[in-house]
Design a protein around this ligand. Structure first.
Ligand SMILES: [Zn+2]
Length: 267
């Protein structure tokens, strides 16, 4: 009886090990892999081994029917290399004497792969997310803080001036009214008791409205103006720093274009 050469169906082979799958599972990328092989792959990264795209989940789905079909196929090919390999130790792919030792070795490898994967993810996060945003904050910090200071202190200075002028006018007007009432009372000979209008208190109010209030509000406005000036210095420094950074970047790009940096392949 002549043996009919049987081509191994490609759906029986793992794209990672290229051997017959003992425990085929379907990953979220829709492809089928040997369970041990995809487990080790996912311990290091959450991407598809075939497409390279990142996966939402590294969970896998068992495929008992495919497993049975592969097993039947392997039985029929026991005398071939492929068939023998199928029944060998799944951890070392050989006819080894101590599968428990191989399993322990595999599990140790899996843990170290997972640790490596976690370290790689941390590094990617630090380099891809943390450092760029920290750099952005450091770069734009002086500019935004300076702009904020200029804005807030300018508003404060204007507020102090407007408020000062308003209370000064109000004080002078009410002092004038009190003075007029006080003079009228003096002329009509009424007694100058505490509650009655007094020309002396009116004069004092006018003096305070015309001199004390303007001096006080001018001092407050001056303090705000100092804050705004400090903010302008910070703003200017930040803008200059940005310009310097841009200039350095341009020079670096230009010199790279003239003389490209050495590549590691040349060694
Ligand atoms: Zn083994």
């Amino acid at each position: 009886m002549e043996m009919i050469a049987m081509e191994t169906p490609s759906e029986f082979l793992c794209p990672i090990t290229h051997g017959l799958m003992r425990e085929p599972v379907r990953a979220r990328d829709g492809h089928t892999y040997e369970k041990l092989a995809i487990e080790r792959w996912f311990a290091q990264r959450a991407t598809s081994p075939l497409t390279g795209s990142s996966l939402e989940s590294t969970s896998v789905e068992a495929l008992p029917e495919l497993q049975m079909a592969i097993r039947t196929f392997a039985e029929s090919r026991r005398d071939t290399d492929d068939g023998q390999l199928y029944f060998a130790c799944p951890f070392c792919n050989a006819d080894c004497a101590n599968r428990a030792a191989c399993k322990a070795k595999y599990e140790k490898q899996l843990r170290s792969d997972a640790a490596f994967g976690a370290a790689a993810r941390r590094r990617r996060w630090i380099e891809g997310t943390l450092l760029p945003s920290a750099e952005r904050v450091l770069r734009t910090g002086p500019v935004s803080a300076g702009a904020l200071m200029v804005g807030a202190f300018s508003v404060g200075a204007v507020g102090a001036i407007v408020g000062g002028v308003a209370s000064s006018v109000a004080e002078v007007v009410s002092g004038g009214i009190e003075l007029a009432h006080g003079l009228a009372d003096s002329l009509t000979g009424a007694s100058d008791d505490e509650d009655r209008p007094s020309w002396a208190r009116g004069c004092f109010k006018i003096a305070s409205g015309a001199v004390l209030v303007p001096v006080a509000s001018a001092s407050i406005a001056a303090m705000f103006a100092l804050g705004a000036a400090a903010g302008s210095v910070a703003l200017a420094t930040g803008i200059l720093k940005e310009l310097a950074n841009a200039a350095i970047h341009t020079v670096r790009l230009t010199s790279n274009a003239i003389m490209p940096p050495p590549t590691t392949d040349e060694a």
